[in-house]
Design a protein. Structure first.
Length: 135
């Protein structure tokens, strides 16, 4: 069976709460490997906000890193981008730190990854993300 790469985009709305601005939509970027045994087992969360050039640059580099072919493929990694302005707790925690990248552990908890320099190339980012999942 042929293997390919697709990037899926899904709009996710936060739960409805009085007083929140609901015109904002979060996008979930999901690189999917097509094979007979395809399953998404590794997850990353990128805390971001609209208009953040560092966040946008990291999103582009992560998506490029997911499509690289290597012995340590990231084709099965699911990247969820969370808009911190849609959640007061995220905004308070990350307003001065974004972009923040977290790995979702098997028990569902999040582990913050070391900050990636905006100067890093796609290949280096690929290696660092792959290393985070082999620890």
């Amino acid at each position: 069976m042929a293997t390919g790469l697709a990037i899926g985009f899904t709009a996710v709305r936060p739960p409805l709460k009085p007083g929140l601005n609901y015109h904002k939509t979060k996008w979930v970027f999901s690189p999917l490997a097509f094979s007979s045994s395809s399953s998404i087992s590794r997850k990353l969360i990128l805390y971001s906000k609209p208009g953040c050039c560092l966040c946008d640059g990291l999103k582009e580099k992560l998506n490029a890193a997911f499509s690289l072919s290597s012995p340590h493929s990231l084709h099965d990694v699911q990247l969820q981008v969370r808009d911190i302005t849609s959640n007061p707790q995220w905004e308070k925690a990350y307003q001065y730190e974004i972009p923040v990248l977290a790995r979702v552990l098997p028990d569902g908890t999040e582990e913050m990854l070391p900050r990636l320099s905006p100067r890093l190339g796609v290949e280096v980012i690929h290696k660092k993300i792959a290393a985070a999942f082999t620890e």
